[in-house]
Ligand binder design. Structure first.
Ligand code: MN
Length: 498
Protein backbone atom coordinates (compact mmCIF):
# COMPACT_ATOMS: atom_id res chain seq x y z
CA UNK A 1 0.00 0.00 0.00
CA UNK A 2 2.99 2.34 0.24
CA UNK A 3 1.97 4.99 -2.20
CA UNK A 4 3.22 8.53 -2.33
CA UNK A 5 2.65 10.49 -5.43
CA UNK A 6 4.92 10.98 -8.38
CA UNK A 7 6.20 14.15 -6.78
CA UNK A 8 8.23 16.78 -8.57
CA UNK A 9 10.33 19.71 -7.39
CA UNK A 10 10.40 23.02 -9.19
CA UNK A 11 13.73 24.65 -9.94
CA UNK A 12 13.34 28.43 -9.84
CA UNK A 13 16.24 30.65 -10.76
CA UNK A 14 16.28 34.24 -9.63
CA UNK A 15 17.65 37.17 -11.57
CA UNK A 16 16.56 40.64 -12.71
CA UNK A 17 16.28 42.50 -16.03
CA UNK A 18 19.19 44.84 -15.32
CA UNK A 19 21.72 42.67 -17.14
CA UNK A 20 20.17 42.54 -20.62
CA UNK A 21 18.70 39.75 -22.68
CA UNK A 22 21.94 38.02 -23.49
CA UNK A 23 22.75 37.54 -19.85
CA UNK A 24 19.22 36.33 -19.06
CA UNK A 25 19.47 33.85 -21.94
CA UNK A 26 22.63 32.46 -20.32
CA UNK A 27 20.92 32.30 -16.94
CA UNK A 28 18.06 30.24 -18.39
CA UNK A 29 20.42 28.01 -20.35
CA UNK A 30 22.59 27.34 -17.30
CA UNK A 31 19.58 26.52 -15.13
CA UNK A 32 18.28 24.11 -17.76
CA UNK A 33 21.65 22.35 -17.89
CA UNK A 34 21.77 22.05 -14.09
CA UNK A 35 18.24 20.61 -14.00
CA UNK A 36 19.02 18.12 -16.75
CA UNK A 37 22.23 16.98 -15.07
CA UNK A 38 20.59 16.68 -11.66
CA UNK A 39 17.91 14.46 -13.17
CA UNK A 40 20.46 12.40 -15.09
CA UNK A 41 22.66 11.81 -12.05
CA UNK A 42 20.23 9.22 -10.67
CA UNK A 43 20.79 10.40 -7.11
CA UNK A 44 17.57 12.33 -6.64
CA UNK A 45 14.49 10.32 -5.68
CA UNK A 46 12.20 12.78 -7.45
CA UNK A 47 12.32 14.75 -10.67
CA UNK A 48 13.40 18.38 -10.82
CA UNK A 49 11.42 20.62 -13.20
CA UNK A 50 12.90 23.76 -14.74
CA UNK A 51 10.81 26.92 -14.46
CA UNK A 52 11.31 30.20 -16.35
CA UNK A 53 13.71 32.64 -14.67
CA UNK A 54 12.07 34.75 -11.99
CA UNK A 55 12.79 38.41 -12.55
CA UNK A 56 9.73 40.34 -11.37
CA UNK A 57 7.55 40.51 -8.27
CA UNK A 58 4.55 39.44 -10.34
CA UNK A 59 6.18 36.36 -11.82
CA UNK A 60 7.67 35.30 -8.48
CA UNK A 61 4.29 35.59 -6.78
CA UNK A 62 2.50 33.76 -9.61
CA UNK A 63 5.04 30.94 -9.68
CA UNK A 64 4.91 30.32 -5.92
CA UNK A 65 1.12 30.29 -6.01
CA UNK A 66 1.13 27.83 -8.88
CA UNK A 67 3.46 25.63 -6.85
CA UNK A 68 1.00 25.81 -3.95
CA UNK A 69 -1.88 24.42 -5.99
CA UNK A 70 0.05 21.93 -8.12
CA UNK A 71 -0.65 18.60 -6.41
CA UNK A 72 2.49 16.99 -7.80
CA UNK A 73 4.80 19.77 -6.67
CA UNK A 74 6.34 18.87 -3.30
CA UNK A 75 8.65 21.83 -3.02
CA UNK A 76 10.58 24.60 -4.73
CA UNK A 77 14.35 24.82 -5.16
CA UNK A 78 15.55 28.41 -5.46
CA UNK A 79 18.88 29.71 -6.70
CA UNK A 80 20.00 33.25 -7.51
CA UNK A 81 22.21 33.01 -10.59
CA UNK A 82 22.76 36.76 -10.55
CA UNK A 83 21.57 39.40 -8.16
CA UNK A 84 17.83 39.43 -7.60
CA UNK A 85 16.66 42.25 -5.33
CA UNK A 86 15.01 40.38 -2.50
CA UNK A 87 12.09 42.74 -1.95
CA UNK A 88 10.79 41.22 -5.20
CA UNK A 89 10.46 37.92 -3.36
CA UNK A 90 8.47 39.10 -0.35
CA UNK A 91 4.93 38.63 -1.66
CA UNK A 92 5.66 35.31 -3.30
CA UNK A 93 7.39 33.93 -0.22
CA UNK A 94 4.63 35.23 2.03
CA UNK A 95 2.07 33.25 0.10
CA UNK A 96 4.14 30.12 -0.46
CA UNK A 97 3.19 27.15 1.73
CA UNK A 98 5.37 24.22 0.64
CA UNK A 99 8.93 23.13 1.48
CA UNK A 100 11.70 25.43 0.28
CA UNK A 101 15.30 24.60 -0.60
CA UNK A 102 17.86 27.30 -1.18
CA UNK A 103 20.53 25.77 -3.41
CA UNK A 104 23.54 28.01 -3.00
CA UNK A 105 25.54 27.04 -6.05
CA UNK A 106 26.94 28.60 -9.19
CA UNK A 107 27.13 27.38 -12.76
CA UNK A 108 30.91 27.25 -13.08
CA UNK A 109 32.94 25.25 -10.64
CA UNK A 110 36.25 27.06 -10.98
CA UNK A 111 37.14 30.73 -11.38
CA UNK A 112 38.15 31.10 -15.08
CA UNK A 113 41.40 32.84 -14.20
CA UNK A 114 42.57 33.64 -17.71
CA UNK A 115 39.34 35.07 -19.07
CA UNK A 116 37.44 36.43 -16.10
CA UNK A 117 36.22 40.01 -16.58
CA UNK A 118 33.43 42.16 -15.13
CA UNK A 119 30.82 40.75 -17.53
CA UNK A 120 31.54 37.29 -16.22
CA UNK A 121 31.40 38.53 -12.64
CA UNK A 122 28.02 40.18 -13.17
CA UNK A 123 26.59 37.10 -14.79
CA UNK A 124 27.90 34.68 -12.16
CA UNK A 125 27.38 36.26 -8.79
CA UNK A 126 25.48 33.69 -6.73
CA UNK A 127 27.88 34.35 -3.88
CA UNK A 128 26.40 37.80 -3.81
CA UNK A 129 22.81 37.31 -5.00
CA UNK A 130 22.13 34.31 -2.79
CA UNK A 131 23.07 36.34 0.28
CA UNK A 132 20.54 39.03 -0.61
CA UNK A 133 17.88 36.37 -1.09
CA UNK A 134 18.88 34.45 2.04
CA UNK A 135 18.56 37.61 4.07
CA UNK A 136 14.92 38.13 3.24
CA UNK A 137 14.04 34.48 3.87
CA UNK A 138 15.68 34.73 7.29
CA UNK A 139 14.04 38.06 8.04
CA UNK A 140 10.66 36.54 7.14
CA UNK A 141 11.45 33.60 9.46
CA UNK A 142 10.61 31.10 6.71
CA UNK A 143 11.76 27.56 7.34
CA UNK A 144 14.03 26.38 4.54
CA UNK A 145 17.01 24.18 3.86
CA UNK A 146 20.22 25.73 2.58
CA UNK A 147 22.55 23.47 0.56
CA UNK A 148 25.93 24.90 -0.42
CA UNK A 149 28.30 23.65 -3.12
CA UNK A 150 28.73 22.98 -6.80
CA UNK A 151 25.66 21.30 -8.27
CA UNK A 152 27.73 18.55 -9.90
CA UNK A 153 29.22 17.47 -6.57
CA UNK A 154 27.75 14.14 -5.45
CA UNK A 155 27.74 15.38 -1.84
CA UNK A 156 25.54 18.31 -2.86
CA UNK A 157 23.27 16.02 -4.86
CA UNK A 158 22.95 13.66 -1.86
CA UNK A 159 21.92 16.62 0.28
CA UNK A 160 19.25 17.63 -2.21
CA UNK A 161 18.05 14.02 -2.35
CA UNK A 162 17.89 13.87 1.43
CA UNK A 163 15.93 17.11 1.63
CA UNK A 164 13.48 15.86 -1.01
CA UNK A 165 12.49 13.01 1.30
CA UNK A 166 11.98 15.45 4.16
CA UNK A 167 9.86 17.64 1.86
CA UNK A 168 7.72 14.67 0.90
CA UNK A 169 7.32 13.95 4.64
CA UNK A 170 6.10 17.51 5.14
CA UNK A 171 3.63 17.26 2.27
CA UNK A 172 2.48 13.74 3.12
CA UNK A 173 2.05 14.37 6.84
CA UNK A 174 -1.32 15.95 6.19
CA UNK A 175 -2.48 12.82 4.35
CA UNK A 176 -1.96 10.52 7.34
CA UNK A 177 -5.16 9.14 8.83
CA UNK A 178 -4.85 6.91 11.88
CA UNK A 179 -7.56 4.43 12.79
CA UNK A 180 -7.85 3.74 16.51
CA UNK A 181 -9.64 0.50 17.28
CA UNK A 182 -8.71 0.85 20.93
CA UNK A 183 -8.04 3.67 23.33
CA UNK A 184 -4.68 4.21 24.96
CA UNK A 185 -3.78 1.59 27.53
CA UNK A 186 -5.27 2.51 30.88
CA UNK A 187 -3.09 4.68 33.13
CA UNK A 188 -0.26 4.93 30.59
CA UNK A 189 0.96 8.53 30.21
CA UNK A 190 3.47 8.65 27.39
CA UNK A 191 1.23 7.20 24.69
CA UNK A 192 -1.37 9.91 25.36
CA UNK A 193 -1.55 13.22 23.57
CA UNK A 194 -3.64 16.03 22.19
CA UNK A 195 -5.17 14.81 18.94
CA UNK A 196 -6.54 18.22 18.00
CA UNK A 197 -3.12 19.78 18.41
CA UNK A 198 -1.61 16.92 16.37
CA UNK A 199 -3.98 17.73 13.54
CA UNK A 200 -3.17 21.43 13.78
CA UNK A 201 0.57 20.80 13.82
CA UNK A 202 0.99 17.75 11.60
CA UNK A 203 -2.30 17.42 9.72
CA UNK A 204 -2.95 13.94 11.13
CA UNK A 205 -6.52 12.73 11.41
CA UNK A 206 -6.95 10.33 14.30
CA UNK A 207 -10.34 8.60 14.51
CA UNK A 208 -11.81 5.88 16.68
CA UNK A 209 -13.81 2.87 15.52
CA UNK A 210 -15.39 0.28 17.79
CA UNK A 211 -13.15 -2.78 17.68
CA UNK A 212 -16.08 -4.98 16.73
CA UNK A 213 -16.63 -3.05 13.51
CA UNK A 214 -13.22 -4.14 12.30
CA UNK A 215 -13.81 -7.59 13.81
CA UNK A 216 -16.90 -7.88 11.57
CA UNK A 217 -14.74 -7.07 8.57
CA UNK A 218 -12.39 -9.85 9.68
CA UNK A 219 -15.25 -12.32 10.09
CA UNK A 220 -16.45 -11.48 6.58
CA UNK A 221 -13.21 -12.70 4.96
CA UNK A 222 -13.90 -15.96 3.15
CA UNK A 223 -12.24 -19.24 4.02
CA UNK A 224 -10.87 -19.44 0.47
CA UNK A 225 -9.16 -16.06 0.71
CA UNK A 226 -7.84 -16.93 4.16
CA UNK A 227 -6.46 -20.27 3.03
CA UNK A 228 -4.78 -18.73 0.01
CA UNK A 229 -2.96 -16.28 2.28
CA UNK A 230 -1.99 -19.05 4.71
CA UNK A 231 -0.47 -20.90 1.73
CA UNK A 232 1.52 -17.76 0.95
CA UNK A 233 2.77 -17.61 4.55
CA UNK A 234 3.77 -21.28 4.50
CA UNK A 235 5.66 -20.74 1.26
CA UNK A 236 7.43 -17.65 2.48
CA UNK A 237 8.26 -18.23 6.15
CA UNK A 238 9.77 -21.04 8.20
CA UNK A 239 7.23 -22.84 10.31
CA UNK A 240 8.45 -23.48 13.86
CA UNK A 241 5.95 -25.87 15.39
CA UNK A 242 7.94 -26.32 18.62
CA UNK A 243 5.96 -29.41 19.48
CA UNK A 244 2.55 -28.06 18.54
CA UNK A 245 0.13 -30.09 16.47
CA UNK A 246 0.56 -29.01 12.80
CA UNK A 247 -3.18 -28.73 12.12
CA UNK A 248 -3.81 -26.75 15.30
CA UNK A 249 -0.81 -24.53 14.46
CA UNK A 250 -2.18 -23.87 11.00
CA UNK A 251 -5.58 -22.92 12.42
CA UNK A 252 -3.87 -20.33 14.61
CA UNK A 253 -1.96 -18.96 11.64
CA UNK A 254 -5.21 -18.81 9.65
CA UNK A 255 -6.70 -16.51 12.29
CA UNK A 256 -3.92 -14.02 11.59
CA UNK A 257 -4.36 -14.36 7.82
CA UNK A 258 -8.04 -13.57 8.21
CA UNK A 259 -7.17 -10.57 10.42
CA UNK A 260 -4.65 -9.30 7.86
CA UNK A 261 -7.21 -9.40 5.06
CA UNK A 262 -10.09 -8.07 7.17
CA UNK A 263 -8.01 -5.21 8.58
CA UNK A 264 -6.57 -4.31 5.20
CA UNK A 265 -9.98 -4.19 3.56
CA UNK A 266 -11.43 -2.10 6.37
CA UNK A 267 -8.50 0.35 6.29
CA UNK A 268 -8.67 0.65 2.50
CA UNK A 269 -12.43 1.11 2.46
CA UNK A 270 -12.24 3.88 5.03
CA UNK A 271 -8.99 5.37 3.71
CA UNK A 272 -6.67 5.01 6.71
CA UNK A 273 -2.92 4.54 6.44
CA UNK A 274 -2.15 3.71 10.07
CA UNK A 275 -3.79 1.75 12.85
CA UNK A 276 -3.50 1.19 16.58
CA UNK A 277 -4.63 -1.83 18.57
CA UNK A 278 -4.53 -2.79 22.24
CA UNK A 279 -4.11 -6.28 23.69
CA UNK A 280 -6.71 -5.48 26.36
CA UNK A 281 -9.42 -4.39 23.93
CA UNK A 282 -9.91 -7.04 21.28
CA UNK A 283 -13.70 -7.42 21.13
CA UNK A 284 -14.61 -10.39 18.94
CA UNK A 285 -11.06 -10.86 17.60
CA UNK A 286 -9.74 -14.29 18.49
CA UNK A 287 -6.10 -13.29 18.76
CA UNK A 288 -4.12 -10.14 19.31
CA UNK A 289 -3.19 -9.11 15.75
CA UNK A 290 0.47 -10.12 15.52
CA UNK A 291 1.57 -11.60 12.23
CA UNK A 292 -1.28 -9.66 10.61
CA UNK A 293 -0.02 -6.30 11.87
CA UNK A 294 3.57 -7.20 11.02
CA UNK A 295 2.56 -7.83 7.43
CA UNK A 296 0.49 -4.65 7.22
CA UNK A 297 3.45 -2.62 8.50
CA UNK A 298 5.62 -4.21 5.81
CA UNK A 299 3.08 -3.06 3.24
CA UNK A 300 3.51 0.50 4.48
CA UNK A 301 0.85 0.95 7.15
CA UNK A 302 1.78 2.78 10.30
CA UNK A 303 1.23 0.97 13.57
CA UNK A 304 1.28 1.77 17.25
CA UNK A 305 0.54 -0.69 20.05
CA UNK A 306 -1.63 -0.07 23.12
CA UNK A 307 -3.42 2.78 21.42
CA UNK A 308 -0.22 4.68 20.63
CA UNK A 309 -1.49 6.77 17.72
CA UNK A 310 1.55 9.08 17.72
CA UNK A 311 3.85 6.15 16.97
CA UNK A 312 1.41 4.81 14.38
CA UNK A 313 1.48 8.14 12.53
CA UNK A 314 5.26 8.45 12.83
CA UNK A 315 5.83 4.94 11.46
CA UNK A 316 3.56 5.74 8.52
CA UNK A 317 5.36 9.04 7.98
CA UNK A 318 8.73 7.31 7.89
CA UNK A 319 7.42 4.60 5.57
CA UNK A 320 6.32 7.21 3.07
CA UNK A 321 9.50 9.28 3.44
CA UNK A 322 11.62 6.21 2.64
CA UNK A 323 9.34 4.85 -0.10
CA UNK A 324 11.26 3.60 -3.11
CA UNK A 325 14.63 4.12 -1.46
CA UNK A 326 17.29 1.95 -3.07
CA UNK A 327 18.68 -0.69 -0.68
CA UNK A 328 16.30 0.39 2.07
CA UNK A 329 16.81 -1.61 5.28
CA UNK A 330 13.48 -1.04 6.93
CA UNK A 331 11.25 0.93 9.28
CA UNK A 332 9.28 -0.32 12.28
CA UNK A 333 7.70 0.42 15.59
CA UNK A 334 9.97 -0.85 18.36
CA UNK A 335 9.98 -0.83 22.14
CA UNK A 336 12.86 -0.55 24.57
CA UNK A 337 12.63 -3.78 26.52
CA UNK A 338 15.74 -5.12 28.25
CA UNK A 339 19.30 -3.91 28.78
CA UNK A 340 22.64 -5.56 28.42
CA UNK A 341 24.86 -3.78 30.92
CA UNK A 342 27.98 -5.87 30.38
CA UNK A 343 30.89 -3.45 29.90
CA UNK A 344 31.83 -3.04 26.28
CA UNK A 345 28.70 -4.86 25.14
CA UNK A 346 26.08 -2.42 26.31
CA UNK A 347 22.83 -2.17 24.44
CA UNK A 348 19.06 -2.27 24.50
CA UNK A 349 17.10 -5.26 23.33
CA UNK A 350 14.24 -3.97 21.23
CA UNK A 351 11.07 -5.96 20.75
CA UNK A 352 7.35 -5.88 21.41
CA UNK A 353 4.69 -8.34 22.38
CA UNK A 354 4.45 -9.24 18.68
CA UNK A 355 4.29 -6.30 16.34
CA UNK A 356 7.68 -5.64 14.73
CA UNK A 357 7.86 -4.95 11.00
CA UNK A 358 9.66 -7.64 8.97
CA UNK A 359 11.15 -4.94 6.71
CA UNK A 360 13.96 -4.67 9.30
CA UNK A 361 14.60 -8.45 9.38
CA UNK A 362 17.95 -9.96 8.64
CA UNK A 363 17.99 -13.58 7.55
CA UNK A 364 15.16 -16.08 7.77
CA UNK A 365 11.74 -15.17 9.16
CA UNK A 366 9.82 -17.80 11.10
CA UNK A 367 6.26 -18.16 12.27
CA UNK A 368 5.78 -19.16 15.88
CA UNK A 369 2.67 -19.69 17.96
CA UNK A 370 3.08 -18.92 21.63
CA UNK A 371 0.91 -17.82 24.52
CA UNK A 372 0.86 -14.12 25.34
CA UNK A 373 1.72 -13.26 28.87
CA UNK A 374 -0.99 -10.58 28.78
CA UNK A 375 -4.54 -10.57 27.49
CA UNK A 376 -7.06 -13.36 27.40
CA UNK A 377 -7.10 -14.74 23.86
CA UNK A 378 -5.77 -17.62 21.80
CA UNK A 379 -2.01 -17.97 21.40
CA UNK A 380 -1.27 -15.60 18.54
CA UNK A 381 0.89 -16.46 15.55
CA UNK A 382 3.73 -14.04 14.95
CA UNK A 383 6.77 -13.53 12.74
CA UNK A 384 10.08 -14.01 14.55
CA UNK A 385 13.43 -12.75 13.32
CA UNK A 386 16.47 -10.71 14.24
CA UNK A 387 17.31 -7.41 12.58
CA UNK A 388 19.95 -5.91 10.36
CA UNK A 389 23.15 -4.37 11.63
CA UNK A 390 24.02 -0.78 10.95
CA UNK A 391 23.12 2.78 11.76
CA UNK A 392 19.55 3.82 12.41
CA UNK A 393 17.51 6.42 14.20
CA UNK A 394 15.04 5.89 17.01
CA UNK A 395 12.47 8.65 17.35
CA UNK A 396 9.88 9.48 19.97
CA UNK A 397 7.24 12.16 19.62
CA UNK A 398 5.99 13.20 23.05
CA UNK A 399 3.27 15.59 24.11
CA UNK A 400 4.58 17.81 26.91
CA UNK A 401 1.19 19.31 27.68
CA UNK A 402 1.74 22.63 25.94
CA UNK A 403 3.62 21.34 22.89
CA UNK A 404 5.18 18.40 21.08
CA UNK A 405 8.83 17.42 21.21
CA UNK A 406 10.54 15.03 18.81
CA UNK A 407 13.46 13.14 20.31
CA UNK A 408 15.88 11.68 17.77
CA UNK A 409 18.60 9.25 18.81
CA UNK A 410 21.29 7.88 16.51
CA UNK A 411 21.66 4.19 17.29
CA UNK A 412 24.03 1.44 16.20
CA UNK A 413 22.20 -1.81 15.54
CA UNK A 414 24.15 -4.98 16.28
CA UNK A 415 23.79 -8.70 16.50
CA UNK A 416 23.29 -10.10 19.98
CA UNK A 417 26.11 -12.36 21.07
CA UNK A 418 24.05 -15.54 21.23
CA UNK A 419 20.77 -16.81 19.88
CA UNK A 420 17.71 -16.43 22.15
CA UNK A 421 15.81 -19.63 21.34
CA UNK A 422 13.18 -19.17 24.02
CA UNK A 423 12.24 -15.64 23.00
CA UNK A 424 9.20 -15.92 20.69
CA UNK A 425 9.30 -12.40 19.26
CA UNK A 426 11.20 -10.44 16.67
CA UNK A 427 14.03 -8.34 18.04
CA UNK A 428 16.52 -5.65 17.26
CA UNK A 429 19.48 -4.75 19.47
CA UNK A 430 21.19 -1.40 19.53
CA UNK A 431 23.57 0.80 21.39
CA UNK A 432 22.34 4.36 21.51
CA UNK A 433 24.86 7.05 20.72
CA UNK A 434 26.99 8.43 22.25
CA UNK A 435 26.89 5.40 24.59
CA UNK A 436 24.18 3.55 26.47
CA UNK A 437 24.63 5.54 29.69
CA UNK A 438 24.55 9.03 28.18
CA UNK A 439 22.01 8.09 25.52
CA UNK A 440 19.49 6.60 27.94
CA UNK A 441 20.02 9.42 30.47
CA UNK A 442 19.37 12.05 27.80
CA UNK A 443 16.36 10.13 26.45
CA UNK A 444 14.82 9.99 29.93
CA UNK A 445 15.57 13.65 30.66
CA UNK A 446 13.84 14.60 27.41
CA UNK A 447 10.77 12.57 28.38
CA UNK A 448 11.17 10.04 25.56
CA UNK A 449 8.77 7.11 25.38
CA UNK A 450 9.34 3.35 25.47
CA UNK A 451 7.71 2.98 22.05
CA UNK A 452 9.75 4.33 19.16
CA UNK A 453 9.39 4.84 15.46
CA UNK A 454 12.64 3.41 14.12
CA UNK A 455 14.27 3.38 10.70
CA UNK A 456 17.60 2.54 9.10
CA UNK A 457 16.77 4.68 6.11
CA UNK A 458 16.47 8.26 7.35
CA UNK A 459 18.88 10.51 9.19
CA UNK A 460 18.47 12.62 12.31
CA UNK A 461 18.90 15.65 10.07
CA UNK A 462 15.97 14.63 7.90
CA UNK A 463 13.66 14.09 10.86
CA UNK A 464 14.90 17.24 12.60
CA UNK A 465 14.20 19.25 9.46
CA UNK A 466 10.74 17.71 9.34
CA UNK A 467 10.15 18.78 12.96
CA UNK A 468 11.34 22.31 12.14
CA UNK A 469 8.92 22.45 9.23
CA UNK A 470 6.12 21.35 11.56
CA UNK A 471 7.07 24.05 14.06
CA UNK A 472 7.91 21.67 16.89
CA UNK A 473 10.99 21.14 19.00
CA UNK A 474 13.53 18.53 17.92
CA UNK A 475 16.23 17.29 20.29
CA UNK A 476 19.13 15.21 19.10
CA UNK A 477 20.98 12.51 20.99
CA UNK A 478 24.08 11.56 19.03
CA UNK A 479 27.85 11.23 19.12
CA UNK A 480 28.20 14.85 20.25
CA UNK A 481 25.72 14.67 23.13
CA UNK A 482 26.85 15.45 26.64
CA UNK A 483 24.41 15.80 29.48
CA UNK A 484 25.34 19.32 30.54
CA UNK A 485 24.75 20.76 27.06
CA UNK A 486 21.71 18.57 26.54
CA UNK A 487 20.03 19.88 29.70
CA UNK A 488 20.74 23.44 28.57
CA UNK A 489 19.17 22.64 25.17
CA UNK A 490 16.04 21.37 26.90
CA UNK A 491 15.86 24.55 28.96
CA UNK A 492 16.29 26.69 25.84
CA UNK A 493 13.52 24.67 24.20
CA UNK A 494 11.25 25.48 27.13
CA UNK A 495 11.79 29.17 26.41
CA UNK A 496 11.59 29.05 22.66
CA UNK A 497 8.53 26.82 22.37
CA UNK A 498 6.57 28.10 25.35
MN1 MN B 1 4.08 -1.54 24.15
Amino acid sequence: MITGKNYKFWFCTGSQDLYGDECLAHVAEHAKIIVAKLNEAGTLPYEVVWKPTLITNELIRKTFNEANVDEECAGVITWMHTFSPAKSWILGLQEYRKPLLHLHTQFNEEIPYDTIDMDFMNENQSAHGDREYGHIVSRMKIERKVVVGHWSDSVVQEKIASWMRTAVGVIESSHIRVMRVADNMRNVAVTEGDKVEAQLKFGWEVDTYPVNEIAESVAAVSEADTNALVEEYYGKYEILLEGRDPAEFRRHVAVQAQIELGFERFLEEKNYQAIVTHFGDLGALKQLPGLAIQRLMEKGYGFGAEGDWKVAAMVRLMKIMTAGKKDAKGTSMLEDYTYNFVKGKEGILQAHMLEICPSIADGPISIKCQPLSMGDREDPARLVFTSKEGKGIATSLVDLGNRFRLIINDVDCKKVEKPMPKLPVATNFWTPQPDLYTGAEAWILAGGAHHTAFTYDLTAEQMGDWADAMGIEAVYIDKDTNIRDFKRDLKLGELFYR
